[in-house]
Design a protein around this ligand. Sequence first.
Ligand SMILES: *[C@@H]1O[C@H](CO)[C@@H](O)[C@H](O)[C@H]1NC(C)=O
Ligand SMILES: *[C@@H]1O[C@H](CO)[C@@H](O)[C@H](O)[C@H]1NC(C)=O
Ligand SMILES: *[C@@H]1O[C@H](CO)[C@@H](O)[C@H](O)[C@H]1NC(C)=O
Length: 484
Amino acid sequence: MRSRNMLSMFLPALFISLSILVAGKELPKDEIKGAQLYDSGIRHANNIALKMETVARQEEAGRFNMALYPEAKDVVECVNGTAVAQEGNANYTFRCHNIDLYHFLNHADLGSKLVGGSSTWGWTSPDGREFVAIGQRDGAAFAEITKQGKLVYLGRLPEYSIPSLWREIRGYRDFMIIGSEAVGHGIQIFDMNKLLDIDPAQPITFSNSKDLVGHFNGLPNGRTHNVVTNPETGFIYSVGAQPRNSTCKSGLIFIDISDPSNPTSPGCASEDGYVHDAQCLIYHGPDTQYEGHEICYGYNEDTLTIYDVTDKKNPKILSITSYEGAAYTHQGWVLDSKNQHYLLLDDEYDEHDRVGPGADGHPVTFIWDISSLKAPKQTGYYKSGARGIDHNQYVVDGFAMQSNYGTGFRVLDVRSIPDDPTGKGVKEVAFFDIYPEDDAETGGGVVDFVGTWGSYAYFKSGYIFVNTMERGGFVLKMKDGTRV
Ligand SMILES: *[C@@H]1O[C@H](CO)[C@@H](O)[C@H](O)[C@H]1NC(C)=O
Ligand SMILES: *[C@@H]1O[C@H](CO)[C@@H](O)[C@H](O)[C@H]1NC(C)=O
Ligand SMILES: *[C@@H]1O[C@H](CO)[C@@H](O)[C@H](O)[C@H]1NC(C)=O
């Protein structure tokens, strides 16, 4: 009798804690922690310091020595869980599943003197040729990916001011939009059509004074963490433009590039302060009152913050929401831009800080139901079997493409989410681990800021470009049948 009472006393509590573990949960923003740690900039400054420490450690260990990373010319199939590009060389033995290697060139072969890779984006020419822009410390390299999946280096656009580890690139129609954390950099607007007639035997170093379509120099001190683009509306958005005490508070800065040679800013959304990354889209989805509005999903360090930016003079915040295990709300993507019912969010420091579902050092992809833009619900998550940190992702036709630092490039089939938003049906269908250096560590990986930063997987050919911090660029392709 007595023990049954005890049980019924404890059961509800047990049930609640288990359901949190399984389902995850949205929370109101913690205002005190928010002000002290995030809005103050302390957290972000600490993140930057941690990454600089990692880079220094990697330099010390010789990981930026390009002589270690010769070209991998031939197609290397993923067989039995590994792609062996050089027999007997652990540095060229890549763990993989359903992804083959087509080509690899290191950052020096991709024209960089300072090496050190960051973001990337791709462009398809009107006649179907495929090109990538590759972020490096000393600018953006350009290469074509041939029909055979080989990278052909064509030239580069040097940094606008000073070199930086942080260079983010996104596409906007025929242009690459390039921002950096370097002071004085501003935003470069480069027309990819300039690459069409280059003789690869004579790569071109473009000039910032002569070869840009346009340059936006209206940022407070030239720094921006990323630049988000919305080709549907003619706008690009600076996010995380320092300093935080500037007029726009490092929020969304609206930049009209309908005349790309003369970018202008009609305003900004400063109300929830610093935005680390965002996705801005014309809204289509279940919250019908917003149909046709321009909505930005902001990844704001401690919260998912949703903006209605239709009226650039009077942007509105629809919601500010945190969640269990929030350490550094980093980036994310809607599942389906035609029906914005769910989104995926990655938190960059939950694994590092050992909080929430990422406490054991396995990257967590948080699933949100955004059917009410004013009251998003955190419905569940997918947890990677690999050990490491998640970084940047986007969704292509129901597959999340993730660049997860030392665990490499990973593809999740997320098509089950509308039927099961807990995430239990999410499956990893392919991966290619571009960072074998940590494979022998406990759990098969390090919780550190190494390996891949970003990728581009929208090409019709199926080629996927993966940029890495230490080595260079990989051309990969999923095996036929992986995405059916
Ligand atoms: C593999 O890379 C490490 C640096 O990360 C280097 O010390 C080692 O010599 C490399 N091995 C080979 C076979 O190149
Ligand atoms: C794959 O691995 C299994 C066992 O580890 C082995 O029996 C088989 O021969 C391997 N196949 C190939 C193609 O290497
Ligand atoms: C803004 O912050 C910077 C430090 O990032 C400081 O040097 C500057 O004085 C501040 N400006 C204002 C107006 O508070």
